[in-house]
Design a protein around this ligand. Structure first.
Ligand code: ATP
Ligand code: MG
Length: 331
């Protein structure tokens, strides 16, 4: 396996009137070529902030306050730091190397352009000389991949259902055969059944085209089905990372376990849904030690004072003072 993207100490803050909101802190994560990485965590844990920082789609008041996002492109010999990249170079990577499917499809689609014009713009990034007939053919093929009839290319985004908007955005993301597709779970636009159908389409394409995926969701059980590795976020930090099987079946962080037990797996007998007591941390007043400590049933004194670093343990990494390699033995 070869590295595609390396997040090194990435930190992002929202500079607001109430103060500085540290939405992502010291994120370290490597994504390999062709790998599917899932990122899970409760609402406000920093998942979308992380994706927008990686792809440089963040808007004021979000500011990347530290770290690097090293991208090992297929063409360049040395990696580029996406954090430092100027807009023209960034534009050269968008769609052709790195594509984005954000939480709200409508936010990514241009409301005043018919689908065919948006697809033509993206296809021309990599291939400026495509003729009209050829464009039409390519667009029809892309739409077909996500189960949309060719006639829809003449529609405006608002004329499509939420699910179709999301699927056309996925087709658009695939248009230039990218190395990396970054996806935020669609929320309001589509129901759970549609979300799975969309995901299955993405996976089929992924197997065919071999791009890497970073997929963000609340639902850990979903990641067990699709991801190679899973990273768990809490309070703007990665608290556990490892293979999907490992993180889901034998979570070492008490938060990971709580998150897992908050969602009913579709394909397995229903575990008792315990959820996690308490509320997510207030990022403006994070506790000194572990951010999860006020909600944690396993906490020890040290947890209130010393923030646990993400540390290798067995075949993954975890940020917890009481983590043991095989937690099932403890309970
Ligand atoms: P969800 O699952 O609900 O999409 P998330 O994990 O994607 O949540 P983010 O949207 O990344 O979370 O938000 C992380 C933190 O940053 C939250 O505490 C949120 O309140 C804060 N935040 C997000 N956008 C802004 C903003 N524009 N100004 C100030 N704070 C913000
Ligand atoms: Mg989000």
């Amino acid at each position: 396996t070869t590295r595609l993207l390396e997040l090194r100490g990435l930190s992002v803050a929202y500079l607001t009137e109430r103060g500085r909101v540290p939405a992502c802190s010291d994120i370290n994560l490597t994504i390999n070529r062709g790998e599917i990485i899932g990122v899970a965590g409760e609402s406000a844990s920093g998942k979308s902030t992380l994706l927008t920082a990686i792809t440089r789609l963040q808007r004021i008041p979000a500011v990347t306050v530290g770290g690097q996002v090293l991208y090992h492109g297929s063409r360049a010999a040395t990696p580029v730091d996406l954090v430092e990249l100027e807009e023209p170079e960034l534009a050269g990577l968008r769609w052709s190397e790195i594509s984005v499917v954000m939480q709200s499809a409508m936010a990514c689609l241009n409301p005043v352009l018919r689908l065919r014009a948006q697809f033509a713009d993206v296809l021309k990034v990599k291939n400026p000389r495509l003729g009209k007939a050829e464009l039409r053919q390519r667009i029809a093929a892309l739409l077909a991949m996500v189960g949309i009839a060719p006639d829809y290319m003449n529609h405006y985004p608002h004329q499509l259902s939420g699910g179709m908007q999301q699927r056309s955005l996925i087709a658009l993301a695939m248009a230039c055969d990218p190395e990396l597709v970054v996806m935020d779970e669609p929320t309001t636009a589509v129901d759970v059944v549609m979300q799975r159908r969309i995901l299955n389409q993405v996976l089929r394409l992924q197997r065919r085209l071999g791009f890497a995926v970073i997929f963000v969701t609340h639902d850990l059980s979903l990641l067990l089905e699709i991801a190679d590795r899973i990273a768990i976020m809490y309070g703007g930090r990665i608290v556990e990372v490892g293979t999907a099987e490992r993180v889901y079946r034998r979570p070492r962080h008490p938060y990971t376990r709580g998150l897992r037990d908050s969602f009913p797996p579709l394909t397995e007998p229903v575990r008792r849904l315990t959820g996690i007591a308490g509320t997510p941390p207030n990022l403006l007043q994070l506790p000194a030690g572990c951010a999860f400590q006020p909600r944690c049933r396993l906490r020890i004194d040290r947890c209130a004072d010393v923030r646990p670093e993400l540390t290798e343990l067995g075949d993954g990494s975890v940020a917890c003072h009481v983590a043991v390699d095989d937690p099932e033995e403890r309970s």
